[in-house]
Design a protein around this ligand. Structure first.
Ligand code: TXA
Ligand code: MG
Length: 327
């Protein structure tokens, strides 16, 4: 897929107007955020939101994040408490999603909440996403723009490859700078609970909101994004590799990539987890090719965004157990 794909549009007045027209008519448009590309629909339009589930092949129980232009418009739809206000002041616009109780007058489609009394809200930090929100004039429900169970897209070409003709317009904002989905923090209960590690490190939240509980992987699924195989490439993934096997591609980290790989992509030669996060999904996409027997992954430290990277890698690798328990 090349940039000559007519669905991939360079940002500009004409592209924003066309995307806004599609969205207001209940259609879908994909757009970049600082984390990953989102598959957007008017969040106040039930049928438009349903079209997202349809395009993604997503199980109906999976709720969606709703994107707003700013904190005030988000706060109008949910019970925005002091904790939410403090976090929003600090991290918005940015890669933090807050799960809060819906207000009685919430205009957002109930489908976005997938039967839960809460709603996930965030304000993205990307000029193209922001310009689209302004042009559309409505909040946008937008999951990551990948079919259910596949890797999140960090380029417009990823989106085009994944959806074929089901998405009529993809705004091209280049590669996403963060490259990992937003951190999802549940503030609907007494204690803040980390539902999904992401672009804001959990340790960065605690000085503002106090102790954050880590969601128990075995607990009842409150955030189906935590389903283990949610981020899987088709190729088997072998974590913590200390050597490379025959026909394996290598996802390297740090200054000393292992030798002998059929292909090597380095997440960060300098060992920087933020740089590695930005490259992670694009690298997995690039190495997920049939000529490779598997993708060997070098260890990534748990520091900074390393925790979120390792979370995604473990989920991607767990696909192994489902596809072939013998591996
Ligand atoms: O970075 C991101 O968050 C990207 C960009 C496009 O904004 N979006 C994204 O959306 O990753 P999605 O739908 O792929 O993941 C949303 C996550 C899922 O884990 C979902 O279960 C959780 O947020 N979520 C959404 N609403 C929720 C709710 N009301 N309660 C609990 N979890 C919720
Ligand atoms: Mg997703």
């Amino acid at each position: 897929m090349t940039t000559t794909d007519p669905r991939i549009r360079k940002p500009g007045a004409a592209a924003y107007a066309e995307a806004a027209r599609i969205l207001r008519a209940g259609g879908l448009a994909a757009f970049p955020t600082e984390t990953v590309y989102g598959l957007g629909a008017d969040a106040t339009d039930d049928r438009a939101v349903a079209a997202i589930f349809e395009a993604k092949g997503r199980p109906q129980f999976n709720p969606l994040i709703v994107h707003f232009r700013d904190g005030e418009t988000a706060a109008a739809e949910v019970d925005f408490d002091d904790r939410a206000r403090a976090l929003a002041a600090h991290f918005w616009p940015g890669p933090l999603t807050l799960v809060l109780p819906r207000t009685a007058t919430c205009r957002i489609s109930l489908l976005c909440s997938a039967g839960l009394p809460s709603l996930a809200v965030r304000v993205p930090d990307h000029p193209v996403g922001q310009a689209l929100l302004a042009a559309a004039g409505c909040p946008l429900a937008a999951p990551s723009a990948n079919p259910s169970g596949a890797l999140s897209p960090t380029t417009a070409a990823h989106v085009a490859q994944a959806f074929g003709d089901r998405v009529p317009l993809i705004l091209d904002g280049g590669p996403c700078p963060v490259g990992l989905e937003s951190t999802v923090l549940d503030l609907s209960g007494t204690d803040p609970v980390l539902l999904r590690p992401g672009g804001v490190a959990a340790e960065a939240l605690e000085p503002i909101v106090g102790p954050v509980q880590r969601a128990d992987a075995n607990a009842e699924i409150k955030s189906p994004g935590m389903l283990t195989s949610h981020y899987a490439p088709a190729r088997p993934l072998r974590l913590d590799a200390t050597e490379v096997g025959p026909g394996e591609a290598l996802l390297a980290f740090g200054p000393a990539p292992l030798a002998g790989a059929a292909a090597t992509l380095n997440l960060s030669e300098g060992g920087d987890t933020t740089e590695a996060a930005a490259k992670l999904f694009a690298a997995l996409h690039d190495l997920d090719r049939p000529e490779f027997a598997a993708i060997a992954v070098m260890p990534v430290p748990e520091t900074g965004l390393g925790a979120a990277i390792n979370d995604r890698l473990r989920r991607a690798a767990s696909r192994l157990a489902i596809v072939d328990p013998a591996l």
